[in-house]
Design a protein around this ligand. Structure first.
Ligand SMILES: Cc1cc2nc3c(=O)[nH]c(=O)nc-3n(C[C@H](O)[C@H](O)[C@H](O)COP(=O)(O)OP(=O)(O)OC[C@H]3O[C@@H](n4cnc5c(N)ncnc54)[C@H](O)[C@@H]3O)c2cc1C
Length: 486
């Protein structure tokens, strides 16, 4: 059996790790593709500044669903990286933990080959009149560089970054904020810097730039100017009401779908068990970043319970989300997704305290109301809805990655080629069409591809908000178990 894994970050590494546990592993010829830098580490866990932290305690994140402490224990056992605060570890350490598995499996098994090149094309071989398919994976546009496979895993991670003000290519515009320790490579000490976007990527850039740039303050601007929430004390919880059983009952009464309002009523019942002041928490932001951060730090108990419920929803969002009809999915995205987003992937309290310090010491200024950016005479002009224009020498883009196929450009050439060759098709709510239960790709030309699986952010229309490590590991493990059973 010939297997290609395209992309060797969290998803690709988990696929390889799970395959290696099979009794039939030696019957498989596995080629794992990625560029030499990200091979085995992926993008979020690549080598970068040690100030970029994993957003949850190290003891709660691992590639092993049966042992949450596996990463923490690996970290304690090795001597290469030592940190004074092992609770929240730098992200790149997790990358080395993943890479250690890849190296171990690769060194011990002749049937695994790491191909340190990016894939340019994947096409399907199918004779006219027949339904059997084979997959070809190519590392260039030249068909000489193609290999044939029975099974393909498409684990390419996040799509490229948005360019909301069409600034790509302008001198002084840094389109991708990672690795953050290269953001200042071509920046002068005297340059005036703006970071656009106030999400998690923005926090990474703030941490690095405030530490290493001389001309402060840095301006951080976005439309809403809202920072992510702060991680509270998150208890372990299990759902009493939001269960597959309850959903199946509702589906039976509602033409095969769960009405969104019924699901919300169940959600509120879950919150009531923990006495969570939902309304207060949803409307807690006052628009002043310091006050908002302090509120979160001071309400760690209530907020933590709320975050635990939302995290558990995200972990189960495959069947929750796919139980809604299309109109309710759209309504969910409009009404509830912003609340879910604002309260999930919280920052560690340590980062929140640092941000408060930076704002109070005037090392950063956070502005909302950003409406437009224009480049003229070697300067970027930021226009706001609520105050005067601002001028900068450097703009660092931290606005997040694209989710829709229609927005892609040559930075995502493989995905564009896959769509053009009718291997994949866009999902109306983002990413590509897959079977929710199995992650099999649904091609517009060949139907469900039995042996092509897609995971991660590329499937965001189906796997809405399910992109954390644990959720990716769960998807990858499930796919391999089903595959090996068959
Ligand atoms: C900045 C950031 C921080 C995050 N922090 C956390 C966190 O602290 N905790 C958490 O649970 N989740 C975190 N996440 C979520 C994270 O995306 C997932 O947890 C997980 O790493 C995604 O895994 P993946 O395999 O889908 O993508 P990745 O890990 O990015 O792997 C995709 C790989 O595919 C490769 N690739 C892309 N195109 C090609 C091609 N054409 N050919 C070959 N290879 C290709 C890339 O080089 C990359 O190595 C973070 C995400 C980001 C963006």
């Amino acid at each position: 059996m010939r297997i290609a894994i395209i992309g060797m970050g969290t998803a690709g590494v988990t696929v390889l790790k799970e395959l290696s546990k099979s009794r039939r592993f030696q019957d498989m010829q596995i080629d794992a593709y990625d560029n030499p830098i990200n091979m085995g580490q992926g993008v979020p866990f690549q080598n970068d500044s040690d100030q970029l932290l994993i957003n949850l305690p190290a003891e709660q994140m691992s590639l092993n669903l049966d042992n949450k402490r596996e990463f923490f224990d690996w970290c304690q056992a090795q001597s290469k990286f030592k940190f004074s605060n092992p609770e929240y570890l730098p992200r790149f350490v997790f990358g080395h933990y993943m890479k250690a598995f890849v190296d171990k499996i690769n060194n011990a098994n002749a049937n695994v080959t790491l191909i340190k090149e990016e894939v340019a094309e994947v096409f399907i071989e199918s004779n006219i009149g027949e339904t059997d398919v084979l997959y070809h994976v190519c590392t260039s546009n030249d068909m000489e560089h193609c290999k044939t496979y029975d099974i393909v895993f498409l684990t390419v991670g996040t799509l490229s970054y948005h360019d909301p003000y069409q600034l790509k290519g302008k001198p002084g515009y840094i389109h991708t904020p990672y690795p953050t320790y290269h953001t200042l490579d071509n920046v002068k000490d005297t340059d005036n810097i703006a970071i656009i976007g106030t999400g998690l990527a923005s926090l990474d850039v703030i941490r690095y730039v405030t530490e290493h740039h001389i001309n402060l303050p840095i301006t951080v601007a976005s439309r809403k100017g809202e920072l992510p929430s702060v991680r509270g004390e998150m208890p372990e919880i299990t759902f009493q009401y939001l269960t597959p059983k309850k959903f199946n009952e509702l589906k039976a009464e509602n033409f095969g779908n769960v009405p969104l309002d019924d699901a919300m009523a169940l959600f509120l019942k879950e919150c009531a068990i923990y006495e969570i002041p939902v309304e207060t928490l949803v409307h807690r932001k006052v628009g002043n970043p310091v006050e908002d951060l302090k509120y979160d730090l001071e309400h760690a108990e209530d907020l933590g319970k709320f975050q635990s419920i939302l995290e558990l929803i995200k972990e189960n969002l495959n069947w929750i989300w796919n139980s809604f009809n299309r109109n309710d999915q759209k309504r969910f995205l409009e009404q509830y997704q912003p609340i879910l987003k604002a309260n999930s992937n919280p920052m560690p309290p340590r980062t929140a305290k640092l941000l408060i310090e930076h704002i109070e010491n005037e090392q950063i200024r956070i502005y909302d109301g950003l409406e437009n950016i224009e480049y003229n005479n070697h300067q970027f002009k930021l226009t706001y809805a609520n105050h005067g224009d601002d001028y900068f020498d450097i703009v660092i883009n931290a606005t997040g990655s694209k989710t829709q196929l229609k927005d892609l450009d040559s930075d995502d050439q493989l995905v564009i080629n896959l769509e053009n060759r009718q291997v994949i098709q866009a999902h109306p709510l983002g990413g590509i069409q897959i079977v929710a239960e199995t992650n099999q790709v649904i091609s517009p030309r060949y139907g469900t591809l039995q042996n092509m699986f897609a995971l991660g952010q590329l499937t965001n229309g189906i796997n809405q908000s399910r992109n954390g490590v644990t959720m990716i590991v769960r998807q990858a493990t499930g796919i391999i178990h089903r595959l090996l059973e068959n």
